[in-house]
Design a protein around this ligand. Structure first.
Ligand SMILES: NC(=O)N[C@@H](CC(=O)O)C(=O)O
Ligand SMILES: [Zn+2]
Ligand SMILES: [Zn+2]
Length: 448
């Protein structure tokens, strides 16, 4: 039961070559051409792209505490539907993931669900309050082996605390992932600060509120000699600051979300809160600049910032609506539309920015990213030639706050294979009970 045998026939790899992949015992047992099935389930991958399992460095799974929005299980299903095989859930849950107990609990829930690897992120400060450092060392040493720390949802605004956090994680090679938002410059802010925000009468969120924190933090990272990661970078100025920092040799990495690669503030005109997100959708110039930054390597990765919210938190007046949009299920399609079809990134680049690089930044250990014989079977089979209206049945998580509903997008995930097992087959997400049962069996066989 635990080790499914699959023969993936004639898949196109990211480099354009074609190969058969024989999956057995949780690994890619063989890679070649004309492999014989020998009783394995044959997957006709003609026309499908085989990408290493996608890794999301920025996900909100909402459990414990906000299970009406998402659970570790439902978010894991959303991830599998999008071609992901590993996610890093953020710490803004209740109780906050600021202790070994909570990060271990989240990891345990992820292991039990079995759809993806769930690698928790720990909070930088206790209760995300920005006052005292959390138990960073205890989380790092725990069974959850935390390497990424973030107060995401809130900015670590106190410069001294930020410095101390960078110093602390340096001792074990961790990284601080900063939600760069000056709280004073964005008090009650509702959308990007621009001519449009004045026109719409919504309080503006200036680019400088993001850029000034990034500028401070790259200098702190340089001073301390530690690693800094910038969450959901969204402005042209931020790209410039990170470009400058990298040229200076500072150990900074940065992410952009799919929505900041595709959508602009113009969407706010209709006051539909599905477009309300933190950081806000920016100007066309910013969208072009973050695409360029991703293409030239200034921005290292694409991360979804999958932020599920229940209907009542979105189906209300703009000012009262929650910030955030779901993104796991649509990420690859949006990336295809925004940067592959515009000629900026190759599929090999996509494999890097959505799988290899996030795994490296997050220090995800024992995870295979080359689809080679002997590697763990972690991959997705994607049909880039598909084109369809993105409908609510594509959303496998609990919440439906997607900005893409009824939008035509390219691409479709056909199969996702995690730990040698198909979590998505022929576009259908596997049964939760089956996946949980097989995860238990795999665990038992691993323990002898
Ligand atoms: N991105 C969002 O708009 N919301 C996130 C928080 C965050 O990522 O800052 C959330 O937790 O809902
Ligand atoms: Zn954030
Ligand atoms: Zn977030």
């Amino acid at each position: 039961m635990s080790s499914e045998r699959l023969l993936v026939r004639a898949a196109t790899l990211a480099d354009g070559t074609r190969a058969d992949l024989l999956v057995e015992g949780g690994r890619i047992a063989e890679r070649g051409t004309g492999l014989s099935a020998g009783g394995a389930t044959v997957v006709d991958a003609d026309g499908l792209l085989a990408l290493p399992g996608l890794v999301d460095l920025h996900t909100h799974l909402r459990e414990p505490g906000f299970e009406q929005s998402e659970t570790v299980l439902t978010g894991s299903r959303a991830a599998a539907a999008g071609g992901y095989t590993a996610v890093f859930p953020m710490a803004n849950v209740m109780p906050v993931a600021d202790s070994a107990g909570v990060v271990e609990q989240v990891m345990t829930l992820g292991d039990a669900a079995g759809f993806v690897r769930v690698q928790p992120i720990g909070a930088v400060t206790q209760g995300l309050e920005g006052k005292r450092l959390s138990e960073i060392g205890a989380m790092a040493d725990s069974r959850a082996h935390v390497r990424v720390f973030s107060d995401d949802g809130k900015c670590v605004h106190d410069s001294l605390l930020m410095r101390r956090a960078l110093e602390y994680v340096k001792t074990f090679g961790g990284v601080i992932a900063q939600h760069a938002q000056d709280p004073r410059l964005t008090e009650n802010a509702q959308m990007n600060e621009s001519a449009l925000s004045s026109e719409l009468g919504l309080a503006g969120w200036p680019a400088v509120a993001e850029e000034s924190i990034i500028a401070r933090d790259v200098l702190l990272a340089e001073h301390v000699g530690s690693r800094l990661h910038i969450c959901h970078l969204s402005t042209a100025g931020s790209v410039d600051v990170v470009r400058w920092a990298k040229a200076r040799g500072i150990a900074v990495t940065a992410e952009v979300t799919p929505h900041h690669l595709l959508l602009t503030e113009e969407l706010v005109r209709g006051y539909d809160a599905r477009y309300k997100v933190n950081p806000p959708l920016r100007r066309e110039e910013d969208v072009l600049a973050v695409r360029e930054g991703l293409a030239d390597g200034t921005i290292d990765i694409v991360a979804t910032d999958h932020a599920p919210h229940p209907l009542e938190a979105k189906d209300c007046e703009w000012d009262h609506a929650a910030f955030g949009m779901v993104g796991l299920e649509s990420a690859l399609s949006v990336v295809q539309e925004a940067v592959v079809e515009t000629g900026l990134l190759s599929w090999q680049d996509v494999a890097r920015v959505m799988s290899t690089a996030p795994a490296t930044i997050g220090r995800l250990h024992g995870f295979g990213h080359e689809l080679l014989a002997g590697a763990p079977a972690e991959f997705t089979l994607y049909d880039p030639s598909a084109r369809s209206r993105f409908t609510v049945d594509r959303l496998a998580g609990k919440s439906v706050n997607s900005p893409y509903l009824d939008v035509t997008l390219p691409g479709a995930v056909a199969w996702t294979v995690h730990d040698g097992y198909a979590t998505v087959r022929d576009g259908i997400v596997a049964d939760s009970e089956d996946v949980a049962r097989r995860a238990r069996a795999a665990k038992e066989s691993a323990h002898g």
